[in-house]
Design a protein around this ligand. Structure first.
Ligand code: 5GP
Length: 120
């Protein structure tokens, strides 16, 4: 993957349902689906249905300003649905140094096991 802002990724195909995923939550702007390579008993990705990355989100557009709150709220809905409200983690890997591999903004929602801190 590259850090080419706004370029298509595999997540566009997941949004379009051209490739299958196990959807946990969906609304007009947000999609949540199970990670194909789970790092915990619950590992769900929460993504906006548009493609701008975290570091490209502008300040002016309400859509962009509001999406982070919507994603975080969807993460809470996912945690509730998955029964992990007692303990879960929300992570955004932004950029190669942080191990981002898919360049479409996404929150990882992880739970169902004891977490460690600090992360590696
Ligand atoms: P990143 O490393 O960019 O923060 O996370 C990308 C995540 O997307 C990884 O955890 C990876 O397992 C997941 N992933 C990559 N391709 C697919 C896919 O085709 N389907 C699903 N469900 N998850 C994917």
């Amino acid at each position: 993957a590259t850090a080419n802002a706004g370029a298509p990724t595999i997540f566009d195909k997941i949004i379009a349902k051209e490739i299958p995923s196990i959807i946990v939550y969906e609304d007009e702007r947000v999609l949540a689906f199970r990670d194909i390579n789970p790092q915990a008993p619950v590992h769900v990705l929460v993504i906006p249905k548009f493609r701008d990355g975290l570091t490209e989100l502008g300040k002016a557009e309400a859509r962009q300003r509001d999406i982070l709150g919507e994603l975080l709220y969807a993460a809470k809905i996912v945690a509730e649905k998955e029964g992990i409200l007692d303990g879960f983690r929300v992570v955004i890997n932004s950029g190669a140094t942080a191990c981002q591999s898919v360049y479409h903004l996404h929150l990882h929602v992880l739970g169902g096991r004891q977490m460690k801190w600090p992360p590696g």
